[in-house]
Design a protein around this ligand. Structure first.
Ligand code: C2O
Ligand code: CU
Length: 670
């Protein structure tokens, strides 16, 4: 096994787990005006904390779950997915999918470092799961059916248990039938507090914002009825704050408030504004930012969170509105929509409070390592198939995509390009990423993100931080209509390069163990003669890694080389042309991305193939691929072709091509 070079990551993990153990649990000290919330289900077995919540400011807070575990460092709660009859839009009750009978589901409160145990019971007629959005959980706890766990069948249950590594506002929702389940009412918030953060950040309020649409007969609108709805995403006609319309909150002028805002809507973008004021945005998805910034408008895509401080000022008896402004996210998003009021802040008949100094807030966020990073291009795409809208990544809808590979600690840059005419909120499961602009400059302040807007025709560079939690992890657009239409992919994170991308058949060996050893020259010859089309290549690699592509019967090949060989690969000197006249190496079209090199092969003017060398990890590993086709679609091409044009290497997203690997000998010395 090769050693990994992860100084920043392991340091970070160490700090987190050290903090973790010295933490007291929060008291359940705040909350609730039960008279207004007719939905409060505080029967003894509802799991809801009947005493939680006392702030009498008129604002309806989320129900909270009772911690069933006496250990101060364990939070153990029960969630039941169940149908409930609720009147969300007007006075008429309708049946919705809920957690514990409320929409949103109850708030789970814990401290950073606690162990969270959630016992899910599925009392729905359909299977379900829970995904913990934004949390760095072990792979088996990520809640993706068929990928990280089996579905929880009707009547079944599942125990989620993991340590809370980060302090922030997170949320939970199913990852099964998301349009119906999340789009209806299965979503809830988790607030993980940091007991070590400075006091005096303001009176804290969790605001779970979502929306809902009912058909005329009152049934919830789930499925997009037209392709237009798919493209636009279903925005519910009614905005909900903690499941309520027309929320209000009594405040004292000058009072410091802290809003923990979560966008749980299926498609709607939020642009928060408190008329006449600005927010101090201190954090978001992955906790506090490097430093706070003032924002007149705070935009949140579906899935994103914001940690805001604001001190509203006004005369007693007057009010100021927290509104969401229309967001131009393409596809006619702002047509006939004006600002909508989320909460009316009403000034109490009390003297203004004097301004107080805000505690210094800064967080040391190390810049993710991008040296020698493998750059992966991900184009968010839309097309049609059988006259229906199909979305995808690099032109490939989720069902047909093969996984993208990475190794724990491997630096990668994901260049996410939005070629469509509308915005997509890009979400990665299980890991934080940092964001760079198109030129590669890190954003300021630095933050840990898990969901980010990619506006139309724009590009963002994301640097995921691959800690040692191997497994399959989803990434997708968090407009759930888009995800469902195919804009979703899987990252397969391996512990070591030995296992990278390879599924070892039961009783089998890894390809590295049983592939033939070829010299660089033999590799070139193999490419030239197409001998790789014959056994043993085909049979062996096909069992090693079954592929989904219909035109890629060939398997993968691996290369092991030392620095010297890698250097020569990068210089384009490793593979020379075969002498059958078919393949010709051209040094001009060599792309060298540091850890990756591509060569193009010509037949006349026509590019007929690519050889791609990819450094897998460690000082001496590399992979070689050869693909037949005019363009590489592996993310390193500077101008990827439109979907349908030719083949690519099958390194993640590509369809087809011929992919094989060669086990080069270890080259020693210079
Ligand atoms: Cu909230 Cu797969 O995501
Ligand atoms: Cu999208």
């Amino acid at each position: 096994m090769r050693s990994r070079n992860l100084p920043i990551l392991s340091a970070l993990l160490l700090t987190l787990s050290c903090n973790a153990r010295s933490i007291a649990k929060p008291g359940h000290s705040t909350q609730d005006s039960p008279e207004k919330d007719a939905r409060a289900a505080d029967s003894p077995d509802s799991g809801l904390d009947a005493d939680a919540g006392l702030v009498d400011d008129g604002f309806v807070r989320l129900q909270e779950l009772t911690d069933e575990n006496p250990d101060p460092h364990i939070v153990e709660v029960s969630l039941e997915a169940q149908l409930a009859s609720l009147a969300l839009v007007d006075d008429t009750a309708h049946t919705h999918r809920t957690y514990n009978g409320t929409i949103p589901g109850p708030l789970i409160r814990a401290n950073k470092g606690d162990q969270l145990i959630v016992k899910l019971k599925n009392s729905l007629a359909d299977p379900t799961t829970i995904h913990w959005h934004g949390m760095r959980v072990p792979n088996g706890m990520d809640g993706v059916p068929g990928v990280t766990q089996e579905v929880v069948a009707p009547g079944g249950s599942f125990r989620y248990e993991y340590p809370l590594l980060d302090a922030s506002a997170f949320w939970y929702h199913p990852h099964f039938q998301t349009l119906e389940q999340v789009g209806d009412g299965l979503y809830g918030a988790v607030l993980v507090s940091d007991p070590d953060e400075p006091p005096d950040l303001g009176r804290e309020t969790v605001m779970a914002i979502s929306d809902i649409s009912l058909f005329e007969d009152g049934t919830p609108q789930h499925h997009p009825d037209t392709d237009e709805t798919t493209v636009f995403g279903r925005e519910g006609a009614t905005l909900l704050v903690n499941g309520q319309t027309a929320q209000r909150m009594q405040v004292t002028s000058g009072e410091r408030l802290r809003f923990r805002v979560l966008n749980m809507a299926r498609s709607r973008y939020l642009a928060l504004q408190l008329t006449g004021h600005s927010f101090l945005r201190i954090g978001g998805d992955g906790g506090l930012n490097e430093f706070p910034v003032e924002e007149a408008i705070t935009q949140l895509t579906p899935g994103e969170r914001a940690d805001l401080i604001v001190e509203p000022h006004g005369e007693p008896g007057t009010h100021v509105n927290l509104v969401t402004l229309p967001v131009e996210r393409g596809a006619g998003a702002t047509t006939a929509i004006g600002p909508e009021v989320l909460i009316r802040l009403e000034f109490k008949d009390e003297p203004k409070l004097k301004p107080r100094k805000l505690p210094a807030l800064s967080r040391d966020i190390p810049l993710a390592d991008t040296k020698d990073a493998l750059e992966i291009q991900m184009e968010l795409t839309v097309g049609t198939e059988d006259e229906h809208v199909v979305m995808g990544i690099n032109g490939v809808p989720f069902e047909e995509a093969s996984p993208l590979h990475a190794i724990v600690g491997e630096p990668q840059i994901w260049r996410v390009v939005n070629e469509t005419g509308y915005s997509h909120p890009f979400h990665l499961h299980g890991f934080h990423f940092q964001v760079l602009d198109e030129s590669g400059t890190a954003e300021s302040p630095l933050r840990y993100k898990d969901t980010i807007d990619i506006p139309p025709q724009e590009t963002r560079l994301l640097v995921p931080i691959f800690e040692a939690r191997p497994g399959k992890w989803m990434f997708h657009c968090h407009i759930l209509d888009h995800a469902e239409a195919g804009m979703m992919g899987v990252l397969e994170l391996s512990e070591t390069d030995e296992g990278n991308g390879w599924e070892v058949p039961p009783g089998g060996t890894t390809p590295a163990e049983n592939l033939a050893v070829l010299s660089v020259d033999d590799f070139a010859a193999l490419v030239a003669t197409q001998a790789y089309r014959e056994p043993p290549w085909v049979a062996e690699t096909a069992t090693a890694r079954p592929r989904t592509s219909p035109v890629s019967p060939h398997g993968d090949v691996r290369v092991f080389a030392n620095d010297t060989l890698l250097k020569s690969l990068a210089k384009g000197n490793a593979v020379t042309r075969g002498d059958d006249g078919l393949l010709e190496a051209s040094l001009d079209s060599q792309h060298d991305t540091g850890s990756m090199a591509v060569k193009e092969f010509y037949e006349g003017d026509q590019v007929v193939g690519h050889a791609v060398y990819r450094k897998l990890a460690g000082p001496a590993a590399a992979a070689a691929y050869y693909c037949e086709g005019p363009q590489s679609r592996c993310g390193i091409s500077s101008s990827p072709p439109a979907y349908g044009e030719g083949f690519g290497i099958d390194c993640g997203f590509c369809h087809g091509g011929v992919v094989f690997t060669v086990n080069f000998p270890e080259v020693t010395g210079n």
